[in-house]
Design a binder for this molecule. Sequence first.
Ligand code: F6R
Length: 608
Amino acid sequence: MCGIVGYIGEKTAQDVLITELKRLEYRGYDSAGIMTLSPQHSATLLRAKGKVSALVDIASAHTTTDTMGIGHTRWATHGAPSERNAHPHQVGNIYVVHNGIIENYQELKTMLAYHDYTFKSDTDTEVLTALIDYMYRETHDTLAAVTAALKMVVGAYGIAVVHTDNPDEIIVARKGSPLIVGLGEGETYIASDASALVGYTKQVVYLHDGEIGRCTKSGLTLQTIQSKAVDVHVETLEMDLQAIQKQGFDHFLLKEIFDQPRTVQATLAGRVIPDQGYARLGGINLSDDQLRAIKHVMIVGCGTAYFAGMQASYFIEQMTDDVTVSVEIASELRYRSYNIPDHTVALIVSQSGETADTLACLMELKRRGVLCLGVVNAVGSTIAREVDSGVYVHVGAEISVASTKAFTSQVAAMTIFGVMLAAAKGSSPQLISEFVNELGALPGEIKNVLDTQNQHIQSVAQQYASYDHALYIGRDTLYPAAMEGALKLKEVSYIHAEAYAAGELKHGPIALIDDRFFEICYLQDNWLYEKSQSNLIEMNARGAHAIVITDTIKDIPAETMVRITTKFEHLTPLLFNVVSQLFAYYMALARGNDVDQPRNLAKSVTVE
Ligand code: F6R
């Protein structure tokens, strides 16, 4: 949830750290801080409540020429956002930045208080800092002190640690929270997310859980928490600067919505060839016999990834006869006592690949012997590494906190999996080929929606921006689209939005309709059109302010229409979803919100 950075080399550390922090701000943005250290052992600690820009103001009044340091941008867990609770934390000569949660921090705090430690903040990180300081009294070596301290810690962490006696090293460690070291010529970078390193180096090392490293100007050495040496495995970072820039768009959210024709193409590349009726995910190494044996698909994710799973579940069910599909919210599943049907395969869906609850479910499912396949975006992430096999969706860095392009590609990837299952099980070739053709046409169809609807949706948003509540209504495959649409709206516009299956309206929600509400109705011209239209008429009769998103040319009684043209029959919800992404964006804009970094949220939820 937070972002860690570090640098040791010849450059001015303040500049590098602040550039890195700005790149990671989307991961947490309620306070930020940096600490730099001079060769003469003099530390400069700067911290500010609020965004990195507040830290920049402070840093401009306290410039240093130090060439090593660590930094952090925070999303509060323990203790409210404040300068006092911001990282780096300092105890004695030890400075620490930390992502994750130390679960036994109260116990450790009591023990340290007994040894005369007092605490200035409300954070678990300050307790960890004190523990390392305490261990240093014995070891007189930072690496040894960190190792000893971490042996006492229960919880998750990615940390970077500096001792003022040692301006030549930064100690890093990870367990359950990502940490990457970038290797340059005579310089070494540290970050919790690869996007911070782009443009500085392409040579990166992803730390594994339980590893502790010593970073110096000349590189990295690694060992386990049991002090066993570990080989440093250098990988090439594929991200480029363009991927983390707005490229002329006002916001990352809009850029990423408009990116979708390209990113869906990237998801499909080499996997879907409509002319040859081919759709296969190479990363999922299952023979037709193994696919045929699958009886149940369990899809696990959180938030938008969960809704992507819901969306795909309808498609997989449509294509197959003898497969059941369940879609599970990871934060619920992990505490439930659930039965796993025989011949189950799990799809673990995550953009970041670091979501704590999704990861916990993955580990439990693996423990119970379920084959777990990843549908992940972030290359090298924990979930990508832990799954039995899987696919990357290849949408590149998603910087906007609200997820858009990842959703579409997650659904596309899982639909390809559905095609693989259906083909192996001998489902209707006609139906399979319809799905394959629509997958192949998806980038073009999304582009068409963006080209033809953008301006209209902007003006619709202006018309509805002052409402307090929204109901999103969809039936069948449009129900998951409605859920995702409502989530997007509430995240960025802060308008209260709820989604219901259209058939549920009469069972309660219709009581809500009044002048404070508007309703978004997804209406597809298919076999369920008449039924969904009846719901709309019922709502209208009660004074609804309905915005209908539809592909029909028929007359529809609605206050506002968003009509798209498409040849799709099956993947239409993904096109309607692009409309609701744009709508949420323009609603947030009209209400003057911070579109890319909405309040209270952070990208990548690495705590429970
Ligand atoms: C919504 C959103 C979140 C994430 C959720 C899961 O726009 O971004 O709901 O979808 O936190 O994150 P990942 O996919 O990284 O596991």
